[in-house]
Design a binder for this molecule. Structure first.
Ligand code: ASP
Length: 450
């Protein structure tokens, strides 16, 4: 028991994830979670759902204010509009480039393996397509007409826009704005403490989420669609382990294996929640605390990446396009594939990193290249699991670009990176020793002011 307590939080997450998968598999195979059973009603849909939902909701609760305040403190930290522009441009270019590489890899791998050739399409499930937003609409939508609406709906690009705008205006006020700048720093620290507290219950939640997800997965589908699943997993692995790590090594000259190790907690969260957005608090904490990226860069690149960078999702779109085209015997040709690449990039910019959004983006791609949208219904059954996997690749891409941009700006602390134990916590919550005095002082001050 003591050993379990002393484990680092990341080790606890990994342990809970594996345990969750094992317990989930046992429940799935024994079928003890049949409808109306005790296990199904009270454990899976009862206790586990409560823990999982409360945890994910808490993470989501933190995302908008965390992004707002960490980005504001980031802008104040950079303190220079030119540098801000450079960070923005570099990360945008890298995000687009990695997404393009991802989808090209996917199409390449899929064309070699050619999943779906000769298979018959048997699904009767239905799927309705969504219209792709026009580029002009995507651009206009970056500007919020109401910042409170952006915050309540968690519209990341709009929050980013407002925070940068506000931050620059604050910088322009100068000396007079200092108390607010200090206040923002403090709130940012408070937000980080809230993340720490939520993370402390993370291992239990990860166990509940995974047991539930795995127990409810339809594994027979996995075998039926094994060609598609295998191609996708292969392309995802190549992108994560080769492309992203080579880029990381090339641009930062740091050890990619150590980098991958440091990303473990982020990956476990992405896998469990299937949401880049909900993982933002963990990604931010990891890239600043363990990788050594300065908050001024991370606070921008991480939420920006969670919205516009989806390497894993792009890979799914590439593989799914080839797979469905093969199944329906459609010849896409070079123009078709180039359209797929363009569409996937555009679709990923306009859509947020939330569970299942990849399929909606896929329907936009299909409409554009003239593939039957009903085809998506075929892969629907296995998408829950694949969503988990591709979200891991999405968030790893965000962290990789963050580190590369920070390094190029001289904002990557290599001593933090090279220390394997930096940022490692056991998930215990520490209250500041002086907090009682601070609170007493504050009360005293307000009373004397009266
Ligand atoms: N779940 C993915 C993410 O949040 C998006 C998707 O592919 O559905 O990054």
């Amino acid at each position: 028991m003591q050993k379990l307590k002393d484990m680092s939080l990341t080790a606890k997450f990994l342990f809970s994830m594996l345990l969750g998968i094992i317990v989930g598999l046992i429940i799935n195979y024994t079928g003890i979670n049949y409808e109306g059973s005790f296990v199904n009603e009270y454990i899976i849909l009862g206790l586990f759902t409560i823990i999982a939902d409360i945890f994910i909701t808490m993470l989501k609760m933190l995302v908008a204010p965390l992004v707002l305040f960490s980005l504001l403190s980031g802008v104040l930290g950079i303190g220079n509009v030119n540098t801000l522009g450079k960070v923005g441009l570099k990360s945008f270019a890298l995000y687009i480039m990695t997404t393009a590489l991802a989808i090209a890899t996917a199409i390449g791998v899929a064309l070699i393996i050619n999943p779906g050739v000769g298979a018959e399409q048997t699904s009767t499930a239905e799927f309705t397509a969504k219209e792709a937003p026009a580029l002009s609409e995507v651009l206009i939508n970056i500007v919020p007409s109401n910042i409170f609406e952006a915050l309540t709906t968690g519209n990341m690009l709009q929050i980013i826009f407002f925070a940068i705008f506000f931050g620059i205006a604050l910088l322009m006020v100068g000396e007079k704005a200092k108390p607010i700048a200090v206040g923002i720093e403090v709130i940012n620290e408070v937000m980080m403490n809230m993340v720490n507290m939520v993370m402390a219950i993370g291992p239990y939640a990860v166990f509940a989420i995974l047991t539930k997800a795995v127990a409810m997965l339809g594994f027979s589908m996995l075998i039926e669609l094994s060609g598609y699943v295998f191609t996708l997993v292969l392309a995802l692995s190549i992108h994560l382990l080769v492309t992203q790590m080579v880029l990381f090594k090339l641009f930062t000259n740091l050890n990619p294996i150590l980098f991958l190790k440091k990303l473990r907690a982020v990956q476990v969260f992405a896998f469990s929640t299937s949401s880049s957005n909900a993982t933002i608090p963990v990604t931010l904490q990891t890239v600043t605390g363990k990788v050594g990226v300065d908050n001024s860069v991370a606070s921008f690149t991480v939420p920006f990446g969670a919205t516009i960078n989806m390497d894993g999702t792009a890979i799914m779109q590439g593989v799914a396009t080839v797979f469905i085209a093969n199944m329906y015997g459609v010849e896409l040709g070079l123009t078709g594939y180039l359209t797929v690449i363009m569409m996937s990039i555009l679709a990923s910019i306009g859509t947020a990193g939330v569970p299942g959004v990849g399929l909606i983006m896929l329907s936009m791609v299909f409409v554009q290249v003239g593939l039957p949208v009903e085809g998506i219904a075929i892969i629907l059954g296995v998408d829950r699991l694949l969503d988990m996997l591709r979200t891991v690749v999405n968030v790893s891409g965000d962290a990789t670009v963050s580190a590369i941009v920070a390094n190029s700006e001289g904002k990557l602390d290599k001593t933090i990176f090279n220390n394997p134990n930096s940022g490692v916590t056991t998930g215990e919550i520490h209250i500041n020793q002086n907090s009682e005095d601070i609170i007493a002082d504050a009360i005293h001050n307000t009373q004397t002011k009266k």
